[in-house]
Design a protein around this ligand. Sequence first.
Ligand SMILES: *[C@@H]1O[C@H](CO)[C@@H](O)[C@H](O)[C@H]1NC(C)=O
Ligand SMILES: *[C@@H]1O[C@H](CO)[C@@H](O)[C@H](O)[C@H]1NC(C)=O
Ligand SMILES: *[C@@H]1O[C@H](CO)[C@@H](O)[C@H](O)[C@H]1NC(C)=O
Ligand SMILES: *[C@@H]1O[C@H](CO)[C@@H](O)[C@H](O)[C@H]1NC(C)=O
Length: 330
Amino acid sequence: MAKLVIFLLALLCGIFAVRAQSDLRSILEVLSEGPLARLLDTYIDPPPRTTGFSTLTPQNSIRLLCTKTNEPRFQQVFFGDVNVRNKLNFSLPLTIAIHGWLDTNLTLYNTLTPSYLRFVNNTNYCVLDWRPYAEFGYQVAARQSAPLVAQYLFGFLQNLSLLYFPLDKVSLIGFSMGGQIAGLTGKLLPGRIGTIYALDPAGPLFSHPIDIGPKRRLDASDAQYVQVIYTSRYTAGFGKVLVGAQNFLPNKGYHPQADCTAKGDGVGELTVALQCSHRYAVKLFVSSLNPANPIIGKKCPTIFGARVCLMPTTDRLGVYAKRILGDFYL
Ligand SMILES: *[C@@H]1O[C@H](CO)[C@@H](O)[C@H](O)[C@H]1NC(C)=O
Ligand SMILES: *[C@@H]1O[C@H](CO)[C@@H](O)[C@H](O)[C@H]1NC(C)=O
Ligand SMILES: *[C@@H]1O[C@H](CO)[C@@H](O)[C@H](O)[C@H]1NC(C)=O
Ligand SMILES: *[C@@H]1O[C@H](CO)[C@@H](O)[C@H](O)[C@H]1NC(C)=O
């Protein structure tokens, strides 16, 4: 019995690397993910929704608002919209931003949208609002909402491609669970969309306590190019594996990021500090949109297990990256 408890604790802490057959793996998954998800829910005020998932319909609960960056005027693009050609300019690329779990005030878009409209010219820019599905407890959001939203976004993009919109001109920008939705969407297409930018993609129930594997979470094969920024590894963010084709790792990807040290010893202070580190990926991505503000990562070769940064390869984080593959530290 004591052994079992220690075993489960080890799982929860994510220190147990499971390389078992899939059936054992799925049993472990069910055993270990519930407690972690419930732990996350306890820090949410007001508490997340627990009932009513099945009463929602995607048509009424997932909204896509789009504009052209040159003439900012957001309009809702409906699913199966016959006017989609008037709302999007089919000769221009298309970027879709995807918020994360909860995000009741759509804080992702408060900073991302003005910067994107200001600095990225000649693009269709859309924000996805999936808040009704994002209000549920973490486990429901991760296991039911995220795949459902991805399925819907996939349908939208597939319809666009049937209208001869080239999928390689599509970019998805997802923060936290939005990063996982971006990956799941890309997987369904499969891998045909141009670009995914995943800003500290969600780790709990995706990479820890157990990595659920590249078929069910963000992976480098989900788009032609996948850039991932890690800022709170093993906590809110993704754990062990670096899943992008190009990965950016401020502070090696770990909490605390700049100005995100906990202001006290309490759990409350730690939660705020972790959120700050988690959001730091957004902060970096948004400031990097200004072409005059390059944020540079360094790729350093590993020699005898140590990173040696004498003459590193460098690249810019964000949309102006030269897309050199590998892991870039900053
Ligand atoms: C795709 O197009 C079909 C046919 O117009 C429509 O019924 C469906 O709702 C569309 N799906 C999405 C997700 O836009
Ligand atoms: C769409 O974009 C192209 C390329 O910038 C531009 O020439 C064209 O006028 C735009 N069409 C509309 C309807 O705005
Ligand atoms: C959302 O905005 C409202 C009104 O500005 C504010 O009272 C509330 O604290 C905000 N919620 C979160 C989670 O930031
Ligand atoms: C976008 O347009 C603005 C104003 O027209 C210009 O100042 C800026 O340099 C352009 N940005 C890029 C990346 O071309």
